[in-house]
Design a binder for this molecule. Structure first.
Ligand code: MOS
Length: 741
């Protein structure tokens, strides 16, 4: 049933793919099976640094069901990608030499009839090593010659002469992505052509990289990813297992399934690097920021050029005449770091917002007021105006909803029975950009619509919001719009990262839908058509019906009937969005999303129990297309932020470099039981800088700043400032004695 056009945007809509997922009919990448399919299981290095001196595969090769054991001698050609060959963090092709850079690096691959046989045989491949002492330390020494990310004024002298200052170093540990869906590849090879069923956040980039590394033209590689059990950035770029699966399929001319184990996911498919950030803030007695310095460090693997851009939001978040952000890294014998939800800004804002809270304490000033006092008028990194910025309203709205005016500033002074309460606040920001995007829209004689793009839905609701965009322009009900995504042969769509898909797809979908409607109206006015003799520009399509603009939809004709009667099967249109970087007008605007988190924690000193009790979050993310999937994104990010603040930490064994808590029993992530009521508000100011719907994109911003709100709340309750995440009970057991309220 049709609705009035505008009502499809901004409403609360269930996912159109929800019933498929709930009934188990959604086919995920590792669910694909083919006749003759074989299972591949990698053999993983048991040192973190050194070289392979020998390998005995004879026993494994003789084991039941085993077809082959691949090593660097027989895996066949795999190439290093060149410039322009797409993005991959680990550029070294798997099995290319005897050097070991990290624990768990693949050293061989067993292929067998069953997963169990391959697993068993992989255990019987004997590898000998010459082992060097690995360095997996997360302690980082200040960079001698750091890069300057952004700078203005004279921050050193302004800091030296500032009447009030804070100077502290904040550390965040390596975090491992733990999407419930394991990484997996099912590779099918046919006469030079690869069809690869992958767990990827970008079918187009995956195709480019795989073609380059397999040494075939891109036209001979097809990537399929219909559903993702989440990725969090860990599935943005290809990883070595995908190359091994494809090479094995090519060599054996049999379909190959390779599912990465949970343990391997702590080793060879990326992680969020640890960070160490020195923050120096200087202010006047009345709370005006005079100087802000952030010197951040992160860890790289022995190879690779990943940058954790912790200063992303620092330059424009607050007004200050003097500022410098510097970046430096150290190399360690660990697997490759990669983007993890809110890369850069999430650890970066933990440090910036913690330092702001410490400054508020030093000033004896309310932390909300301190932020409002330093609200900038323009983006001070470049003087550009903000496209749309409502950070102050996020803070004031959040404060009101939370009841912030009842906060007693004195540490440990708020109680609920025996529980000491702590209230904390933090601001947040996330980038908003548009990536190039293409899509096609087809209107069918059976009254349905078909929409197709190679972009993917990684669990965020992309299927649904694209259908909403088409419904808004046509009035065709969501149940009659079929959206096809996640195949590299469809019109090239953007990667699902940086919270950019929705904002990127708007102009392309708009153009494609309008082109299809124009074809439809042209058909309607053809000879013998329902509107023969009427000019197409006197017609319109609404509620799924073609009608004269001066008449109601009910006086018109269902669009499917127009096509059927004209013996036309379908009409279609193509649309294309440009990337926002290509538009000179957009380059002169500062386009970002903003938000504020308010957190209440409860600390029960007698039983050493720390809980997050209450969260109020207000997000300024432009127009929200779907309040249900939008809220779901922010809630999910907050749960992840709770994990970052209180639980997540990948521990490397200093003796051998192994991630030792490489399972979901020992690596703690936040679960429902850790999650309090989360109150999410969207301010919903459309930002037309990026697209006609005013959508900037939401998701990652919900995680940014959250850990700082928690540690500030912990300080407010206990007097303990945790500058080394996560907050541990041990940190609080030494809390200064609390005076009773
Ligand atoms: Mo996100 S870390 O950009 O997938």
């Amino acid at each position: 049933m049709g609705k009035s056009p505008a009502s499809y945007i901004g409403g609360d809509f269930s996912r159109i793919d929800g019933p498929l997922k709930c009934s188990g009919r959604a086919v995920y990448s590792s669910d694909f099976n083919f006749p003759g399919l074989l299972y591949a299981v990698p053999v993983c290095a048991t040192i973190a640094s050194g070289r392979i001196t020998g390998m005995d595969t004879a026993k494994a090769e003789r084991m039941p069901g085993v077809h082959v054991v691949y090593t660097r001698h027989n895996i066949g050609p795999l190439h290093r990608p060149g410039k322009g060959d797409g993005t991959i963090d680990e550029k070294r092709p798997p099995l290319s030499d005897d050097t070991i850079h990290y624990w768990g690096q693949y050293v061989a691959l067993v292929v067998a009839d069953t997963f169990e046989q391959a697993t068993d045989a992989a255990r019987h491949v004997k590898v000998s090593y010459q082992e060097d002492t690995p360095d997996v330390s997360t302690q980082l020494a200040a960079a001698e010659k750091p890069d300057v990310d952004t700078e203005r004024g004279d921050p050193e002298s302004a800091f030296a002469s500032a009447p009030v200052k804070v100077d502290h170093t904040y550390r965040s540990p390596p975090e491992t992505h733990n999407p419930i869906e394991l990484h997996a590849s099912v590779a099918v090879y046919d006469n030079g052509h690869f069809t690869l069923y992958e767990t990827t956040q970008s079918t187009m980039n995956h195709r480019k990289v795989m073609a380059a590394m397999l040494g075939v033209p891109q036209e001979q590689v097809k990537i399929i990813m219909h559903y993702l059990g989440s990725g969090f950035g860990g599935k943005l770029w290809p990883w070595p297992h995908a190359l091994l699966a494809a090479a094995a399929a090519r060599n054996l001319e049999r379909p190959i399934k390779l599912v990465v184990s949970r343990k391997m996911m702590f080793e060879s498919v990326g992680h969020r690097t640890n960070t160490q950030q020195r923050m120096r803030l200087g202010a006047s007695h009345d709370g005006k920021l005079l100087s802000l310095q952030q010197d951040y460090l992160w860890t790289r693997s022995r190879e690779g050029d990943y940058k954790e851009n912790c200063g992303e939001a620092t330059g424009f978040l607050y007004s200050t005449p003097n500022l410098r952000v510097t970046a430096g890294y150290a190399r360690r014998d660990v697997g490759y770091p990669t983007a993890m939800r809110g890369p850069g800004a999430v650890p970066g804002l933990y440090a910036v917002e913690s330092a702001m809270d410490e400054l508020a304490v030093a000033l004896d000033m309310d932390p909300v007021q301190l932020r409002i006092k330093n609200e900038p008028k323009v983006d001070e990194t470049n003087g550009h105006p903000f496209s749309s910025r409502h950070l102050v309203e996020c803070l004031t709205t959040g404060a009101e909803k939370f009841g912030w005016d009842k906060r007693q500033a004195k540490v440990g002074s708020m109680r609920d029975g025996d529980t000491v309460l702590g209230w904390g606040v933090a601001a947040c920001s996330w980038m908003a950009q548009r990536l190039p995007a293409q899509i096609s829209v087809q209107l069918n004689a059976d009254g349905s619509a078909h929409v197709a793009s190679a972009t993917q839905d990684i669990g965020t609701g992309t299927y649904t919001v694209i259908a909403q965009m088409v419904a808004q322009l046509t009035g065709i009900g969501l149940d009659r719009i079929e959206v096809k995504l996640g195949e590299s042969t469809l019109p090239p769509g953007p990667l699902s990262g940086g919270s950019m898909v929705t904002g990127s797809m708007v102009p392309a979908t708009d153009e494609a839908t309008r082109a299809a409607i124009s074809q439809l109206l042209h058909t309607a006015t053809g000879s013998g058509g329902h509107f023969a003799g009427v000019s197409a520009d006197q017609l319109t399509l609404s509620e799924g019906r073609v009608h004269r603009k001066d008449q109601a939809p009910d006086d018109g004709v269902p669009f499917g009937k127009i096509l059927a009667d004209a013996r036309v099967d379908h009409v279609s249109g193509k649309g294309q969005s440009k990337g926002s970087g290509d538009d000179p007008k957009e380059k002169k605007l500062s386009i970002h999303s903003y938000g504020a988190h308010f957190v209440e924690i409860g600390w029960q000193p007698d039983i050493a129990r720390l809980r997050v009790r209450r969260v109020v979050t207000v997000i300024d993310g432009g127009r929200v297309i779907n309040t249900r999937t939008g809220r779901n994104q922010i809630e999910g990010a907050i749960v992840m932020g709770l994990g970052m603040a209180m639980l997540e930490d990948t521990e490397y064994d200093s003796r051998n470099g192994a991630p030792i808590n490489s399972n979901l029993a020992d690596y703690l992530v936040a679960s429902h039981a850790d999650t309090p009521e989360i109150d999410v508000t969207f301010l919903d100011y459309p930002d037309y800088a990026l697209n006609a719907l005013g959508a900037r994109g939401i998701g990652e911003i919900g995680l940014a700043g959250f850990a700082a709100a928690v540690t500030s709340a912990v300080y407010h309750a206990t007097g303990v400032r945790v500058r080394d995440l996560p907050v541990r009970i041990e940190d609080l057991l030494n809390a200064p004695e609390q005076s009773a309220a």
